[in-house]
Design a protein around this ligand. Structure first.
Ligand code: CDP
Ligand code: CDP
Length: 226
């Protein structure tokens, strides 16, 4: 069994998973996996290669052949920095649609597990605690109500210079969440042993502290580390 510890953070879109994962990983000196970025990279590769999104085998092939690199300067595909390209709405929507396909999820499974390296990993996504790292010692399900999430996303988009309308964001989020929750393969749900944190009224710092407090208790119980 792999003894390298993993903290999984799953939840709906814009609940703060990526931000909290980054801060927790920095605090612990651990690696981070933004699994959504892999689904977005697969979607971008399909768009660029003009693959029919309904052709599940071709979509999975794009994912298997992804030439990607994550480093401090960003996310690279075939030597090109695509950090901004993968955040486009069209890419996010396609990612959410193809993410329901079992061959694609299978193709990305091993790629995600490679990120589990010493001294530890914080992994965020939809199925980190249920499918990818089911034996993780600490699992978080990070939730927030749709209005708070839409406001956060709106602010985030405006800071990047994009225009955004709250009503449209709420509708888009609800559609994407419904798709993620209802798919038959690896649906978005809390693992039975996950701790749910509702961050609707919590700031980033408070949420990070809640996760780190849970990790202190978990590591003391599981490993006698603290
Ligand atoms: O940033 P946002 O929360 O909107 O999305 P993301 O985490 O970048 O993920 C993009 C899409 O990939 C999501 O809408 C999910 O459908 C899918 N995804 C997934 O199915 N499983 C994961 N572990 C991560 C993302
Ligand atoms: O990864 P995910 O789509 O779940 O969300 P994110 O991109 O990490 O967070 C969306 C935005 O919400 C970011 O600008 C965060 O700084 C902000 N946020 C917040 O205002 N309060 C929190 N408790 C968590 C995130």
């Amino acid at each position: 069994m792999n003894s390298i510890p993993v903290i999984t953070i799953d939840g709906p879109t814009a609940s703060g998973k990526g931000t909290i994962a980054q801060h927790v990983a920095e605090a612990l000196g651990w690696h981070v996996l933004d699994s959504g970025a892999l689904y977005r990279l697969a979607a971008l590769a399909c768009l660029r290669a003009q693959v029919d999104p309904a052709d599940q085998q071709q979509v999975a092939k794009q994912a298997s052949n992804l030439d990607v690199r994550f480093d401090s300067a960003g996310i690279w595909m075939q030597g090109q920095n695509v950090s901004n390209d993968i955040r486009q709405e069209a890419v996010g929507n396609l990612a959410s649609r193809i993410a329901a396909q079992p061959p694609l999820r299978e193709a990305l499974l091993a790629r995600q597990r490679v990120f589990r390296q010493a001294p530890g990993l914080v992994a965020d996504g939809r199925d980190m605690g249920t499918i990818v790292f089911p034996e993780a010692p600490l699992k978080i399900f990070l939730d927030a109500d749709a209005a708070s999430r839409a406001q956060r996303r709106c602010k985030q988009l405006k800071e990047k210079g994009f225009s955004a309308k709250i009503d449209e964001l709420i509708a888009d989020m609800e559609a994407r969440d419904a798709r993620d929750r209802s798919r038959s393969h690896a649906p978005l749900r809390a693992a039975s042993d996950a701790h749910t944190i509702d961050s609707s009224h919590m700031g980033v710092e408070e949420t990070v502290k809640a996760v780190l407090d849970l990790w202190s208790k978990t590591s003391a119980r599981h490993f006698g580390l603290s």
